[in-house]
Design a protein around this ligand. Structure first.
Ligand code: ADP
Length: 767
């Protein structure tokens, strides 16, 4: 057969192979998948490239092309390498600036072609000097080789990086298989460039066939396992040969002188012995190598026995998870793992449809608890785990087409767990738990016998898990009941407190109302007696009427106070807000209402910084009521000769309070307040000490009131969106440590909207 005939036969065979490959690809996978169409493109390019080489060899082409063809083939190789680069990118699912590589590559290709075809009309040689002559063809070839080497280098680096990024043995195995493709393709390209095109084609072709296998087949043979098997085979063979040789030599030496000794018989006997021994020998070597390399070997029946004993009678979920995972990790030598509790719940979506979700909560197994996850009932992963009583590997989730459409959040969550295998647990046909296990320490994958063992263990776990769950539910119920009980007790206490408040109210009201009423009635009686006795002297009459009016005024004040409290209670306190300056309000109160009392009681009242404060948006009447009461308290609880200071500050910015506020500080040198009472004084009817021990009168030292003043003060401040609190070193009538009231009022009205809310629940840091 001539070279021509051989080439024709080879080309026909090549075409048939090409069509066969296309058929295989399209039968197994859809062309719509990115990597599949890329693979077809790559194979087609390869086919055309080989076809071109065939044509060159046949010298069939027209004379013009004849000359161009060798150069075209070089460009073909470069293009093929670029396609391989793209294929590698998709295979690794590499993330990065693909466009940058492509732009660089296209520029490089253009440069090579321009130089090679001499489109710029450069002289040849390009450069002569210092004993060196650079020819155009050599220069362009060098640029082509350097670019090609750069591309292949990039591909190699990406593959190695991907290998080290994943810790999952199945993924690593896939990458190991891919590295064979990479090696063959690189060698093939190098051979072509070194002018061994046929050999190069061969390497390329084998690379393509393996690439096809790696891309199309999910369950690749385990490269490590294969290497281990081959190693043990080689060792056993050498051992056998060694044993045979030593045996023959020994028998020869020992039986040489025995009559009837035949070397053939001795050889045959040794061979028989070895044939019988070879299989067990290989087994021993294989186990030895396995132990040496992966270090893992376990006895499944013992593991099962220990497991079922270990986890029975455990009612605590976390303990169950710890023990179960401990036993599994001991047998399989794994680093990480957890047990998820699975709860199914249905939720109503719009249009009245209900959609089911599986909620997965990790128990404290090995190491930290993992984040909880949710799988929609119709998600492929949930469908698999809920129905198919088989373990699922992360590798399957990453690569199998049936899991391609899982929700991105589910995929992210699963990936974040960094687990290698998931083993579902069922009770009464319902999916209730999930064992999730990380990679083995040895770096081995989970083999079929491991998965079978895990399924059996999961089955064993079901009863224990179900019991522990029920027990846990019971515990939670118990805690809930306890909480409800606690709440009930609190509500009861609150009721009792309210009841007490009601009695206090009646007590205080009758006490407070009786005094002015007695007054009114007394004067009224006198007035009537006097009128019955004869005409009334005008002076006396006026005196009587004024006295009655005073009593009625006091009655009115008391009734108003009570009305205010009830409005504050029901959060219906009305504010008529307008820009208001505090300084005039305070000075007016001091001058008009308390000037006399201050002189009478020999008290000094000073103010500071009030005039500098900005106007605030507030209800001026309510503010009057507020300050009047606080000043009155200062007067009442400060012994004669004491001092009262009122100071104002502007509090700007800061985190707390977030808006400008004015702070008013009212400080007296009075009897002070015990720490326990600092909050209570703001409660309704709360008065420190016994009511009957207080003297009566609104400005007398320790003059009694109904215990509602501070309640109303706080109500007014809070309705403005502010805050009020008291500070005092303690209560002492001898040393008089004094009391300081702090008030924060917002400058802007917007705070009114949040009046009564607990926006200031945190203690301001200004105090
Ligand atoms: P009252 O109408 O009795 O004054 P308040 O609500 O104004 O009621 O005050 C409640 C209690 O707080 C008072 O009985 C008093 O014991 C205490 N208190 C209020 N202000 C002061 C103060 N400046 N110094 C000491 N104790 C005070």
């Amino acid at each position: 057969m001539s070279i021509t005939d051989l080439t024709i036969v080879l080309l026909s065979l090549g075409s048939a192979l090409y069509l066969l490959i296309l058929g295989v690809i399209l039968k197994r996978r859809s062309i719509r998948e990115g990597i599949v169409s890329l693979l077809i493109l790559y194979i087609t390019a390869y086919f055309l490239w080989v076809l071109g080489q065939g044509l060159l060899r046949l010298e069939l082409t027209a004379s013009g092309i004849d000359e161009l063809l060798p150069r075209l083939l070089l460009y073909g190789l470069l293009l093929l390498s670029l396609l391989f680069f793209q294929l590698n990118w998709s295979f690794l699912r590499w993330q990065g600036h693909l466009w940058a590589v492509w732009t660089g590559s296209v520029l490089w290709l253009a440069f090579v072609v321009t130089l090679n075809e001499n489109w710029l009309g450069l002289p040849d040689p390009l450069w002569v000097g210092q004993g060196l002559t650079v020819h155009r063809a050599a220069a362009s070839f060098s640029v082509a080789v350097i670019g090609w080497a750069g591309l292949m280098g990039m591909v190699t680096v990406q593959t190695i990086m991907s290998y080290y990024r994943t810790h999952e043995p199945l993924h690593r195995n896939r990458l190991t298989s891919w590295s064979i493709v990479l090696g063959l393709t690189t060698v093939g390209g190098a051979l072509f460039l070194a002018d061994y095109p046929i050999l190069g084609d061969g390497f390329y072709l084998i690379g393509i066939l393996i690439a096809l296998y790696v891309v199309l087949v999910y369950r690749l043979p385990d490269v490590r396992q294969m290497a281990r098997r081959s190693l043990s085979y080689v060792i056993s063979t050498f051992l056998a040969v060694g044993i045979y040789t030593v045996g023959i030599l020994l028998t020869q030496y020992a039986f040489q002188s025995v009559p009837g000794y035949s070397p053939y018989l001795a050889g045959a006997t040794m061979a028989l012995i070895l044939v019988i021994l070879f299989a067990p020998l290989q087994g021993v070597v294989q186990r030895f190598i396995n132990r040496l390399i992966s270090g893992a070997s376990y006895d499944s029946s013992r593991t099962l026995r220990e497991y079922s004993i270990g986890i029975s009678n455990i009612l605590d979920l976390d303990r169950l998870a710890t023990i179960a995972l401990g036993l599994i990790s001991e047998a399989l030598e794994i680093r990480r793992g957890t047990l998820f509790l699975v709860n199914y719940e249905e939720e109503e979506e719009d249009e009245g449809e209900t959609i089911g979700y599986f909620y997965l909560r990790s128990l404290k197994g090995m190491g930290d608890q993992l984040p909880p996850g949710v799988l929609a009932a119709d998600s492929p992963v949930a469908v698999y785990l809920a129905a198919e009583n088989r373990p699922l590997t992360q590798y399957d989730i990453d690569l199998l087409p049936r899991f391609r459409d899982i929700f991105p959040e589910e995929r992210t969550w699963l990936t974040s767990l960094r687990m290698a295998v998931y083993v579902p647990i069922y009770a009464h046909g319902e999916w209730i738990g999930l064992l999730a296990l990380g990679s083995k320490l040895s770096g081995d994958r989970y083999f079929d016998n491991d998965l079978t063992l895990l399924s059996t263990l999961a089955g064993q776990t079901a009863v224990a898990l179900e019991n522990a769950r029920l027990f846990n539910d019971l515990k939670i119920r118990n805690i809930e009941i306890e909480k409800l009980n606690q709440e009930l007790t609190e509500v009861n206490q609150e009721l009792a407190r309210l009841d007490q408040a009601k009695s206090d109210f009646i007590g205080v009201a009758s006490h407070e109302l009786r005094t002015p009423l007695t007054h009114v009635r007394g004067y009224n009686d006198i007035l009537r007696d006097m009128l019955e006795a004869g005409p009334l002297p005008p002076n006396n009459g006026l005196e009587m009427v004024n006295a009655v009016k005073k009593g009625v005024d006091r009655l009115e004040r008391i009734v108003n106070t009570m009305l205010d409290v009830s409005q504050i209670d029901t959060k219906t306190l009305d504010l008529r807000a307008s820009p208001t300056s505090l300084a005039p309000i305070i000075s007016q109160i001091v001058e008009e209402t308390y000037a006399e009392a201050l002189i009478e009681r020999n008290l000094t009242l000073t103010t500071e910084g009030l005039a500098d404060l900005p106007a605030i948006v507030a209800d001026d009447e309510r503010l009057e009521q507020l300050f009047s009461h606080l000043i009155q308290n200062g007067i009442k609880y400060t012994p004669d000769g004491g001092q009262i200071q009122i100071a104002g500050y502007l509090r700007e910015g800061g985190m707390l309070p977030p808006h400008p506020m004015v702070e008013i500080v009212i400080k007296d040198s009075g009897i002070g307040i015990a720490p326990d009472d600092l909050e209570r004084i703001f409660e309704k009817f709360y008065r420190v000490g016994e009511a009957k021990l207080h003297s009566t009168g609104s400005t007398k030292f320790k003059g009694a009131g109904p215990g509602l003043g501070l309640t109303i003060a706080r109500g007014i401040v809070e309705a403005h969106g502010g805050r009020i609190w008291a500070e005092s070193p303690g209560y002492d009538e001898e040393s008089c440590p004094g009391t300081t009231f702090h008030l924060l009022l917002p400058v802007q009205l917007s705070r009114l909207e949040v009046a009564g809310s607990d926006i200031f629940a945190a203690e301001p840091s200004l105090a």
